[in-house]
Design a protein around this ligand. Structure first.
Ligand code: GGG
Length: 356
């Protein structure tokens, strides 16, 4: 039997609540399959660890994580720790150092879920966003000088490399080829004529190798508007780190809730574990109340199953998620219900067991 070692970082706020459900679902799916099993190891990193040690994770964290087959993350962020410390202390170093240059974020409206978009249904909202995940606006290049003086200066530099744009474009084109063969590439090249013009040029060069894929180039402001007014025009979307981050929050909302959105941080070249996480943050306003929606974390678990080579188990997980949403009986407050996180866990486990 194949055993997968998974590093679990529940993190902050609702992270532990949703990850707990994801782990139970993954264990059940593996048990039903019979050919593989998980060895989960929980790592107590995050804001509590920061309060004790001054760091979000230990010095050797990346060496530790590298030994696992995948990383399953809940959320990072706490009201009493500056957000840039939590993000740069844990999430972004893992993405960068493990060269997880793809952040894959599916956006799909499932039957039974209400979208805030008037006159739009599941047939209109079905896309995959490919966010460049290792450079761009989140490269971490910059600095501050003359701190506290009137002439204080802060520089935050976008970094776009030909290789970085080429590899994310190829990943997105390949994905589009397996779907409806349409790619929307998002920039702001009218206002930023260096980095985003390089992006546009590289995407156009790669497009020559994919004549079967139709490419549309959009400015971020137009794309944001079209996510709301014409979501049906999007199949695969490729965008820089910042633009992908923002667009996928819109994507999460139009698919019904931030709590439903999932993401996979991947290095398609191999050699490092992928990291799988719900898109949402730590949501301190509802943490500990037992009402967090765990479905984004569960969907992230399904993405992990695919990455680990278990597409059928991933499909079974998504079938259970779809069934729970379609029945409309058990749903957390963010999608219009009154159920708790544990009710959703029970409903998912029931769906998995009855569908075996
Ligand atoms: N689920 C992980 C989490 O807490 N994400 C919140 C966040 O701020 N993410 C920023 C990003 O995805 O770049």
């Amino acid at each position: 039997m194949k055993r997968h070692r998974i590093a679990v970082i529940p993190g902050d706020g609702i992270g532990p609540e949703v990850v707990d459900v994801g782990v139970r679902v993954l264990d059940e799916v593996a048990r039903a399959d019979g050919d593989f099993a998980f060895d989960f190891e929980e790592l107590p990193w995050g804001s509590a660890y920061f309060r004790e040690t001054g760091r979000m994770m230990p010095d050797d964290a990346l060496t530790v994580l590298r030994q696992f087959d995948a990383i399953y993350l809940g959320a990072v962020g706490s009201p009493d720790v500056p957000d840039h410390l939590t993000l740069w202390g844990l999430l972004l170093p893992i993405r960068q150092r493990f060269n997880q240059y793809v952040n894959l974020r599916p956006v799909k409206l499932f039957p039974g879920v209400v979208t805030p978009l008037r006159d739009k249904g599941p047939e209109d909202i079905d896309m995959v966003c490919v966010r460049e995940n290792s450079e761009g606006e989140y490269a971490g290049v910059g600095g501050r000088v003359h701190v506290g003086f009137e002439h204080e200066l802060a520089l935050q530099t976008d970094v776009f490399t030909r290789k970085g744009v080429d590899q994310i474009a190829r990943y997105a084109f390949d994905l589009a080829r397996g779907r409806r063969k349409h790619l929307a590439s998002i920039t702001k090249s009218n206002a930023s004529p260096f980095s985003y013009v390089l992006w546009d040029e590289v995407v156009a060069e790669v497009a020559l190798e994919y004549p079967d894929v139709e490419v549309t180039s959009l400015l971020i402001d137009a794309a944001a508007a079209f996510f709301v007014t014409r979501p049906e025009m999007f199949d695969v979307v490729v965008a820089s780190n910042l633009f992908g981050d923002i667009l996928t929050d819109i994507g999460a909302v139009i698919q019904g809730s931030m709590g439903l959105a999932a993401s996979a941080n991947l290095n398609p070249d191999g050699g490092y574990p992928g990291m799988f996480e719900p898109v949402h943050g730590s949501a301190p306003d509802i943490a500990g109340k037992g009402i967090a929606n765990p479905l984004g974390a569960v969907w992230a678990g399904a993405l992990m199953l695919e990455d680990l080579g278990h597409p059928e188990a991933a499909t079974r997980t998504m079938d259970a998620l779809r069934a729970v949403l379609a029945s409309g009986v058990v749903r957390t407050p963010d999608i219009g219900g009154q159920s708790g996180t544990s009710d959703v866990a029970d409903a998912l486990l029931d769906a998995l067991r009855t569908r075996k």
